[in-house]
Design a protein around this ligand. Sequence first.
Ligand code: FAD
Length: 313
Amino acid sequence: MKSFDGKKAEALLASLGEEITVKRAYPLSQCSTFRIGGEAALAVWPRTEGALCRLLSLCRENGWYHTVIGNGSNVLFDDAGFDGAVLFTSALADITFDGTAVTASCGVPVTRLAAVAAEKGLAGLSFAYGIPGTVGGAVYMNAGAYGGEIGNAVESVFYYDGRTGETGSYTAGECRFGYRGSAFQEEDKTVLAATLRLKEGDPAAIREEMEDCMRSRKEKQPLEYPSAGSVFRRCPGYYTGKLIEDAGLKGTAVGGAQVSLKHAGFIVNRGNATAADVRELISTVRETVKSRYGLTLECEVRYIPATPAKKEL
Ligand SMILES: Cc1cc2nc3c(=O)[nH]c(=O)nc-3n(C[C@H](O)[C@H](O)[C@H](O)COP(=O)(O)OP(=O)(O)OC[C@H]3O[C@@H](n4cnc5c(N)ncnc54)[C@H](O)[C@@H]3O)c2cc1C
């Protein structure tokens, strides 16, 4: 495949002027909670939803390899970086309320959204308080915790369709939310914004529920190390972390990557882990769990390959 020409792409992006920030050879390790990844040929931060759409159209028209990233809290970037354009949504941070409905741009951190909603006496997002993702990433993943899932609150999602180059919207049903899954994982659609339907509640009680969730995270999760949260999906009928622990894998390390001593469902970066370390450790965990229990662990973390060649974790 022809290598991506970052210089030429940057020149084409100049038409977007002040609406975007562009950086070449940008270290992806700075943009993932794993703190892992080589350089992106091009990293772009659109400031408006319109600019994100125009960027996506440019990628589409020019056949550029590209990906959209929120907070990078559920991704493993490759050590070779990304030979294309990485579009970051962190500058898209609008939140508007209309009664018990709230519409948030894709780059809004869900923890912030939960906090702002709570201040207004709107309940339904306490479970998300502490999830280090954005609205776009949470909708894509159907992020959930403590019995809640973002999909349960979604009323509609406004998207850009990479197949047609048009924008459109999905009802909650059309989003096909399932356990850590949504239609967005199967279709070439970028989440631009989501409208969530919340419930009226007592701000102090909501705050307390949120703090309970945060306390539990701090107690159980190895937040002192970079990670991407739980690496594997839930194995029906089992606690995946417990399975990994019972298989004797707690503390197992490859290079700088280690199965967390605090929560075996997490792989942590002990300082200088590479994506290759993490991938090898994932293989070790899977093979051991398979041979011991006959169970196949599936990855929740999304691997972002350096080139379009399809490589799954
Ligand atoms: C310490 C820690 C704790 C965590 N706890 C939880 C938890 O309790 N529950 C849980 O579900 N997850 C948890 N996670 C994982 C992660 O935070 C969630 O999956 C989160 O929803 C990812 O959001 P993000 O913005 O970081 O997405 P990213 O990591 O940036 O992206 C994830 C995927 O979504 C895609 N994506 C991002 N934005 C968009 C968009 N606008 N449109 C289309 N696709 C998009 C990306 O291309 C990628 O494939 C945890 C992670 C960490 C590090």
